[in-house]
Design a protein around this ligand. Sequence first.
Ligand SMILES: C[S@@+](CC[C@H](N)C(=O)[O-])C[C@H]1O[C@@H](n2cnc3c(N)ncnc32)[C@H](O)[C@@H]1O
Length: 236
Amino acid sequence: MTDAAHDASHDASHDAAHHRGSHGEDAHRPQPGHPHSGVARALNAVSLAFGRGAVATCVTDLALLTPADHVVDVGCGPGTAARVASRQCRRVTGVDPDPTSLRLARVLDSLRRRRNVQIVEGSAEALPLPDAGATVVWAISSVHHWADPTAGLSEALRVLEPGGRVFLVEQLKDSGARGNRAHGLTDAEVKGVLDQAKAAGFTAVRRETHVAGRRTVAVVRGSRPGAAGRETSPEL
Ligand SMILES: C[S@@+](CC[C@H](N)C(=O)[O-])C[C@H]1O[C@@H](n2cnc3c(N)ncnc32)[C@H](O)[C@@H]1O
């Protein structure tokens, strides 16, 4: 993704958050005439569609997907990670509040032969999904956009089946970073997400750092308590 596109990405996502006043669908729509409502959103969605393969592969590998898994990708954008994951699991549901990203995700998915990806409009704070229907929930470069991470994590826990795994993935940034280096989370903010995941009720919560292509990403992972999942290592 280019720096300009990254900036557009950040702006567009924050615009989506800015317009989130309720959990209704219209609350996520860009307002007519807004400077980022047209070309910038489209450019952003396209750049995300073609610049995120390494992170998508990294997260898919970390999740150790099997053909039994149902993945929910919260803040899926144009759906890169959803499509990568769909080759290895039963089903993927991508959720995003941004209509431009949703449209592109659906178009790109329609070009594929497999029919196991569903793209739905919604936000982390009010996932339009039933209780305990997913085995994996992940959010890639999305948590730092959420208006209410506590609500988002509680929703992630709700839609996971007992033993299900969560992966919260963010690019690491330096505190004081500016411009296009300011996207992502600082070390301290990642620790905050880890604490919020524990408070939400996840178990075996831990933090890792991975290099994915040119990016260094922090991953906070954990499990919904209950049945024996695969994320059973003790808390670090
Ligand atoms: C930087 S993009 C990342 C997209 C995708 N996960 C990827 O890695 O290519 C951030 C995404 O988070 C979405 N987003 C913003 N606020 C959100 C919220 N409250 N709930 C879910 N997604 C949100 C944006 O619409 C945008 O598609």
